[in-house]
Design a protein around this ligand. Structure first.
Ligand code: UTP
Length: 228
């Protein structure tokens, strides 16, 4: 079965530099799994810093997005290096189109992509990759361990969802979207709509809890959130 792993930049570069242990552990989890994978890497702080520099230099939002996409692809390259180091058969380099990914997905255990076009985020890319290669399950790995009804860092009474449906997720994403700039929901609105239209079961887990990552991939119980 094809599974999409949407790996946040925050998990790959938690403190502004690559987390070697995370990358090696991800590679081992993938190696041991009987599934095949499509990996979509985010940019995190690496992308934000570069996009902001372009803006300060007078660049357009389009140009800021372009350099941010380059950062997501740099993280994708790190995933490929980790997989190669573990002896896992990959597409060889970072793919830049979903059509290409669909072609390579048949003969490789793993295909890896970063961002694609300005104006969207890697959340949406991950779902598009799922649609392109026919994956019905997506595991979102970030620095947030689940979906809550409000920000758990600000509200100690925030309620964690163990399971929710697409409508509930869409409603929460829309509510967060109306809050002030800089606040951003764990999964963007376009991505929420895309998983709903294709019925993609989506698991939200943290890269700080690698047992949850393994369990989500292998269909076992975990402490994150399942949306279906
Ligand atoms: P991310 O998906 O990593 O954005 O893409 P994010 O919302 O900052 O996610 P976290 O913080 O990693 O969870 C980084 C940036 O790259 C550009 C956008 O500017 C986005 O904010 N990008 C990414 C695109 O323009 N197109 C894409 O297809 C992907």
């Amino acid at each position: 079965m094809h599974i999409i792993l949407s790996v946040g930049g925050s998990a790959i570069n938690p403190n502004g530099e690559p987390d070697l242990n995370f990358l090696k552990t991800m590679a081992q989890i993938i190696k041991k799994s009987k599934n095949s994978f499509g990996i979509l890497t985010g940019g995190g702080s690496l992308a934000r810093v570069h996009a902001n520099t372009v803006r300060k230099l007078g660049g357009s939002e389009y140009e800021a997005d372009q350099i941010a996409i380059a950062s997501t692809r740099q993280n994708a390259q790190l995933m490929i290096a980790a997989l190669k180091g573990a002896g896992v058969k990959t597409c060889g380099n970072v793919l830049t189109s979903f059509d290409n990914a669909a072609e390579h997905a048949t003969e490789n255990k793993v295909v890896v992509m970063g961002g694609t076009i300005p104006g969207i985020t890697t959340d949406a890319d991950a779902v598009l990759l799922a649609e392109a290669i026919g994956a019905k399950k997506l595991v979102n790995i970030s620095n947030v361990d689940a979906i809550y009804d409000s920000d758990p860092r600000k509200n100690p009474k925030a309620k964690k969802y163990t399971i929710m449906d697409y409508d509930q997720l869409n409603k929460l994403a829309a509510e967060s979207d109306t809050r002030k700039a800089g606040m951003h929901f764990v999964f963007d609105m376009l991505a929420c709509k895309l998983i709903a239209r294709s019925g993609i079961e989506t698991h939200f887990v943290s890269g700080n809890k690698m047992n949850d990552v393994t369990n989500a991939i292998e269909g076992k119980k975990h402490s994150g959130t399942i949306v279906k």
